[in-house]
Design a binder for this molecule. Sequence first.
Ligand SMILES: Cc1cc2nc3c(=O)[nH]c(=O)nc-3n(C[C@H](O)[C@H](O)[C@H](O)COP(=O)(O)O)c2cc1C
Length: 348
Amino acid sequence: MTTSRNTARQGATARQATAQDREKVAADVRRAVEDAIWAPSVHNTQPWRFEAHGTRITLSADPDRRLDVADPQGREMLISCGAALYTLRLSLRRMGYRPVVHPLPDPDRPYLLADVDLEPGDPPDASVEHEHAQIRRRHSHRGGFRPEPVPAGILTTLRHAAEKEGARIVQAVDADVKGALAALTAAAEHVQRRTPAYATEIARWAPAPGTSRRDGVQEDSYPRRTPPTAPHFPARDFARGHGWGAEPPGEGAAGVVLLLVTPDDTPADWLRAGQALQRVLLRATEHDLAAAYHTQALQVPDLREFIRTQFCGDAHPQLLLRLGVPVGTSLRSVRRPVDDVLTQTGPA
Ligand SMILES: Cc1cc2nc3c(=O)[nH]c(=O)nc-3n(C[C@H](O)[C@H](O)[C@H](O)COP(=O)(O)O)c2cc1C
């Protein structure tokens, strides 16, 4: 009698523990997605969806949020989702899980980007904690940088960060190369401003002030006037002549000019590029550096091809960035609520 009562009690305790475990996993998954949505994304489209079933999280791209004109292949959409995937992995590691990622698990479903299985892992070390602390500190910059050079040791750290995710950083050191990249950016920006389809697409993702939307590049995310740098990399025309934008910061330098490149140009490379981007950005943020993005030329196929053949060796350019300690206060950006992007079902 006593024995069977003990067994029944143990069974109830085990079931309770399992229910508690399930609740904990569900809460941890939610926290990880709450972190992941702070990743950067092209025009703040936030083109991701997360589905969690027990200990599996599935990341998909949301093609309704793709830039059909500037990004018809969805390359930048996948880079953005890759940045969210890296953030998700980091957040899970910080909670003591070992995230096991199966990228692009079904060739018949190209928007299904990754299954992530949660395995028990090690307690996080200080470097994971430190990197995790940068997730909400990281912001895109749209202006100049302080003139002091970025120390070589930090650039080496960033190079390693990119390589760990299967990408590479190519730094434009030569003044002529920097000048050429700035000129190509200007040419692409010119083409995009003059092409109605591009301009309409920018308008869709740069809402007027006062909007209640929680996506897009909003008025306090860009300066009213972009201070010139030498060489000058033109900014996107988010204000479209309306005079919108935050108080402009003072003038600064162009900063370190970098291309993030991958060995090939497949969806798997784009996903890797995004993970590398976010790993680099978070390590950079630890040193109070920020990045400005100039992806206009990479959205114009002929110019992207020119950059590839002239400046990237055998690799494929995925992002063009300027990096440094920003001049001025950091700009703000918004995110959709986690319930808009996360569906949770099922047992752990
Ligand atoms: C693939 C990609 C391309 C981007 N291209 C540009 C760009 O050309 N110009 C720009 O100002 N910002 C660009 N951004 C930055 C996004 O606009 C920014 O991440 C988004 O607005 C969210 O703001 P946050 O990074 O400050 O959180 C890009 C970001 C990604 C991931």
